[in-house]
Design a protein around this ligand. Structure first.
Ligand code: 5GP
Ligand code: MN
Length: 357
């Protein structure tokens, strides 16, 4: 019988396991944080880490700079997440989840007081800058919640109850319900173990991916109406005025870049969302790419980060100007990637011709 493709390929490496154990075991006070504008993987991995640590007898503080959407309040422990005001100056250890660079932690991480504290980074972004004193970065994992399945195994925390609900949330939201190109046998195996532990895929999908407000749908309608398409890049801007007109909330534009890139005529989708952040107007840029294209490098070059099929950055400047500049960069990347694909194909076919000719 052939070995299953999942055999032993992804796990917490033994050296990393002992380094993480050595960091956690002596720590009395632990702060866990994730990224600004928290998504399902940020919230799920934060709460999941909290349950793993509690299993080890710790009482961690779980913090997010931005208030998490109430959609996620079904995850046990949600009400105990604190904001920046609930974060003290001194901890024995800080654990940062799902953030590719320190700025992504926002106001919950204050370098002036926190930079002397050991920092354990657990992340799956290929663009991670390894900014921790200990970094476990696994771009082969579809979600940090998948990594925490392996961490729970390593630290002896049973994948059941509260922990399974938290971790299945990030697995489902980061893979858009097991539909992204990185959804492989390992992801499905992790999900199977979490469902075995008592979490329900249909309930989590209903609470996250399939839950929208009427105002949000109206916003999507108005945005889709003026989406633009050129050189296989499709994009739309979302202004403060449009959100106000639709009575839409902050998170209501989420998922739109992924919907835009479903257009057959496009390979890359982007949304540009105008926001006021600490009195300053910023533009949140969200990119999605079809299989075979990579938007992470454009995001990285603009000071952001992400994964080849999903990345983003935050820029300052007038909405339309930012959108025009970034779209040009995406079109250029698309052109280069298409040329590289064509070259690779022609080399492959000439090798093929040689072999048979
Ligand atoms: P989304 O478009 O869902 O906000 O983000 C897609 C991916 O890009 C996520 O993995 C997210 O972490 C990353 N990302 C989005 N915005 C930023 C940003 O401003 N900075 C960095 N470093 N990554 C970002
Ligand atoms: Mn993630």
């Amino acid at each position: 019988m052939t070995q299953p493709s999942t055999a032993g390929a992804l796990h917490l490496p033994a050296e990393m396991e002992s380094a993480i154990r050595s960091a956690i075991e002596p720590a009395q006070s632990i702060l866990c944080v994730s990224h600004v504008s928290p998504d399902g993987d940020a919230i799920g991995s934060l709460l999941g880490m909290g349950w793993i640590l509690r299993h080890l007898g710790k009482k961690p503080t779980l913090a997010l700079a931005d208030k998490p959407a109430s959609d996620f309040n079904y995850i046990p422990g949600f009400d105990r997440i604190v904001g920046a005001s609930g974060v003290a100056d001194a901890y024995d250890l800080i654990i940062c989840l799902d953030a590719s660079s320190p700025d992504r932690m926002g106001a919950v991480y204050r370098p002036a007081v926190h930079s002397q504290i050991p920092l354990l980074v657990i992340d799956h972004h290929i663009t991670n800058t390894n900014f921790g004193s200990l970094n476990w970065v696994e771009p082969g994992c579809a979600a940090v919640c998948q990594m925490l399945v392996y961490l729970a195994d390593g630290l002896g925390a049973p994948l059941a109850g509260n922990l399974s609900v938290a971790l299945l949330t990030g697995l489902i939201t980061d893979t858009l319900g097991f539909r992204t190109s990185n959804t492989d046998a390992h992801v499905l195996q992790a999900a199977m173990r979490l469902t075995d532990g008592g979490a329900h895929i249909h309930e989590i999908v209903a609470r996250t991916l399939q839950s929208r407000t009427y105002a949000g749908l109206r916003l999507w309608g108005s945005i889709l109406n003026h989406a633009q398409l050129d050189k296989r890049v499709i994009w739309a801007t979302i202004s403060l005025a449009q959100r106000k007109q639709a009575s839409a909330q902050d998170g209501d534009g989420e998922g739109l870049a992924g919907f835009l890139v479903s257009a057959k005529e496009a390979d890359i989708g982007a949304t540009f969302t105008e926001r006021v952040n600490g009195g300053q107007t910023v533009v949140e840029c969200s990119f999605r790419a079809k299989r075979g294209f990579d938007v992470s490098q454009v995001a990285l070059a603009l000071g952001g980060g992400g994964h080849p099929p999903a990345a983003g950055c935050t820029l300052t400047g007038p909405l339309d100007q930012v959108a025009a500049q970034v779209v040009a960069a995406l079109q250029e990347a698309h052109q280069k990637q298409t040329a590289a694909q064509k070259l690779a194909q022609s080399q492959l076919s000439s090798v093929g011709n040689g072999a048979h000719g």
